[in-house]
Design a binder for this molecule. Structure first.
Ligand SMILES: Nc1ncnc2c1ncn2[C@@H]1O[C@H](COP(=O)(O)OP(=O)(O)OP(=O)(O)O)[C@@H](O)[C@H]1O
Ligand SMILES: [Mg+2]
Length: 391
């Protein structure tokens, strides 16, 4: 089963593109399930069908859709811990609904939604699973943590001091949470086993592709660069970018002149920044894109004759690894320009110059705290090693 995740900043068009892609996939004869892991549940709106937690047929033959509600999973993997935390908080005077809310770790519901993916993979009822993914990416980050279990255990240990003091300032002293490490381990061992397997699925670039959706504006491009860096860091393969809401050429109203020129600049920049990944473009439609017919028209503009469930690219132009205790960042070069590599690090941005080649990269936090040690070209790759700053 192919797994395709559409993700990006809030409001850029993730749900619309997921729905349109799923529709095209079903039209091409693939048994397709589209799900939303977003609690805002906009897939219902987009497909104009009342969806539930379990997949149900919508639109053309071969298309199913669901809006995930992870209540069952939450109870199974987290119920006991949640009740203990909530009870402790209530004893300290925190109102019950608030206590229940605080007892859920950030990112957990997203993780649980992703665990559902594993179920669909194992059941094998679909050829393609299209995921309209929540914009935070918190789950990706957690999935990428090499030792997720330790991370959670540590976080829970720190929960009593940090969280309660921060969120409940009226409580002078911090609350001692009745959570032993063995309780945590016992309850969530199974979840972590599942997450481990899930990570294998998501980082298998033949099975899972991430598609970054963006709009041609400054903030969106920045955010996408950051997302791309983290996806690469965590070993998730991005196989294409989707630039949505491009002003159509037929708009000649002078009011939009600057908008159009700026958009053109951003699109050029997107091509350069993410080369050699393919960049798909979608224009701004005459109205909101809702319902099967409108989605199908959008899919036609987007993919024409192409099958969107195929791997759109096999390139992974940015990779991170650990070698001899050094973090290595490897960037694929399209043709190797001659000249010496010049690096200039400015906070979390790294500017690379090599002959006529110029690129600005957003570094993940772990590398932003270090400094480049050396850079060299090896084959088609520029490799940069990082080290602790001197002193
Ligand atoms: N190319 C387009 N032309 C016209 N309207 C569009 C286009 N793409 C998306 N829209 C509309 O913009 C709105 C937001 O799109 P969508 O819900 O797909 O974004 P999203 O990234 O999923 O948002 P969120 O982050 O809130 O989940 C919707 O009303 C949708 O119909
Ligand atoms: Mg959405």
């Amino acid at each position: 089963m192919r797994i395709i995740l559409y993700t990006g900043k809030g409001g850029v068009g993730k749900t619309t593109l997921s729905a349109a892609t799923a529709l095209r996939s079903a039209e091409l004869g693939h048994r397709t399930l589209v799900i939303s892991t977003d609690i805002a549940h906009s897939l219902t709106d987009s497909l104009d069908a009342a969806l539930t937690n379990e997949p149900q047929p919508v639109g053309p033959t071969g298309l199913w859709a669901a809006e995930l509600d992870t209540g069952d999973e939450l109870e199974r993997y987290w119920g006991n811990i949640k009740r203990r935390i909530a009870e402790a908080l209530r004893k300290q005077g925190v109102q019950a609904p608030v206590a229940g809310e605080l007892a859920i770790l950030p990112g957990l519901d997203e993780i649980l939604a992703l665990v559902r993916i594993k179920r669909y993979v194992e059941e094998g009822e679909y050829d393609a699973l299209i995921i309209d993914s929540a914009p935070t990416g918190a789950a990706m980050r957690l999935l990428g943590a090499p030792d997720l279990q330790r991370w959670y255990t540590r976080h829970l240990a720190g929960l009593s001091s940090g969280l309660t003091r921060l969120l409940i300032p009226s409580l002078q002293k911090t609350i001692k949470l009745p959570l032993s490490e063995s309780l945590i381990q016992g309850q969530i061992q199974q979840l972590f086993d599942e997450v481990k397997r899930l990570r294998e699925i998501l980082t298998d670039s033949r099975q899972t592709s991430v598609r970054l959706v963006l709009n041609p504006d400054h903030l969106s491009v920045q955010e996408t660069q950051r997302a791309y860096t983290y996806m690469s860091l965590f070993g998730l393969a991005v196989d294409a970018l989707f630039v949505n809401r491009i002003l159509p050429t037929e708009i000649e109203d002078p009011f939009f002149e600057h908008w159009k020129a700026d958009q053109a600049d951003h699109i050029e920049n997107i091509h350069e920044t993410f080369a050699p990944l393919p960049v798909f473009q979608v224009s701004l439609m005459r109205r909101e894109v809702r319902g099967i017919e409108a989605l199908s028209a959008l899919a036609q503009e987007l993919y024409a004759e192409q099958d969107p469930t195929e791997l759109l690219s096999q390139e992974q132009p940015l990779r991170f690894s650990m070698e001899n205790g050094h973090y290595i960042m490897a960037l694929r070069l399209a043709g190797v320009p001659a000249g010496a590599v010049e690096l200039d690090k400015d906070g979390n941005e790294l500017h690379v110059r090599l002959g006529r080649f110029r690129r600005s990269l957003i570094l993940p936090q772990v590398l932003a705290a270090l400094e480049p040690a050396w850079a060299q070209v090896e084959g088609q790759e520029l490799r940069v090693a990082f080290r602790e700053p001197a002193g």
